[in-house]
Design a protein around this ligand. Structure first.
Ligand SMILES: C[S@@+](CC[C@H](N)C(=O)[O-])C[C@H]1O[C@@H](n2cnc3c(N)ncnc32)[C@H](O)[C@@H]1O
Length: 190
């Protein structure tokens, strides 16, 4: 497994991304092709900024990315607004700056600081995914997409059901670049 981590880690470094996580989003983009030029994208749990950078490149100068995290980004991008906040303290209207009417896609790679207790980490992470779903429901255009990380465990089926109540199609996606022993999985919802 270490070899795989090193491969993606080195690749990210050589391609100018601050984290290997970028390949999870790149794989999703290769599968679903949901990020397009001119789009407005909300990236929640964005630090250090690998997804933000890839989203920013995908939407181009005519698009815009709003990135939110508790911690600052390590990238500076021309078409990106960064909001340093806890997602639970942020109201949806604060995410729509300058009369921005909504987003075409919401990304959430949020994860809590892990405690090592699988049940506790699971519940905390699902609470973050739930919040991402609530925000997406409020800020997405009709036809918009949510790509959201969630930890597998007891509450995963309930979270998936919630997504199915809001979106027409919900697909479970485990990128190759996500370590097989990791409990993380992604839902692509449209
Ligand atoms: C796995 S990292 C994200 C990596 C990022 N997608 C990238 O590619 O660079 C998870 C992030 O979720 C953020 N996070 C956790 N809880 C949060 C909260 N309540 N509000 C905002 N961000 C949160 C953490 O600060 C952390 O930076």
């Amino acid at each position: 497994m270490k070899k795989v981590r090193d491969h993606y880690f080195k690749k990210a470094k050589s391609e100018g991304y601050p984290a290997r996580s970028v390949y999870k989003l790149k794989e999703a983009q290769a599968r679903y092709g949901f990020l397009k030029r001119g789009m407005r994208v909300l990236d929640i749990g964005a630090c250090p900024g690998a997804w933000t950078k890839f989203a920013s490149q995908s939407v181009g100068r005519s698009g815009h990315v709003v990135a939110v995290d508790l911690n600052p980004l390590s990238v500076s991008l021309p078409n990106c607004t960064f909001i340093k906040r806890d997602i639970f303290d942020l109201q949806p209207d604060e995410l729509l700056p300058g009369g921005c009417p909504g987003f075409h896609a919401v990304l959430s790679d949020m994860a809590p600081k892990t405690t090592g207790r699988r049940d506790v980490d699971h519940l905390r992470q699902v609470a973050l995914a739930d919040r991402a779903l609530d925000i997406a429901t409020m800020v997405l255009y009709p036809g918009g997409a949510l790509f959201c990380k969630v930890f597998q465990g007891e509450d995963f089926p309930q979270f998936r059901r919630r997504c199915s109540q809001v979106f027409k199609k919900v697909s479970v996606f485990k990128p190759k670049s996500s370590r097989s022993e990791s409990v993380e999985i992604f839902l692509f919802c449209r």
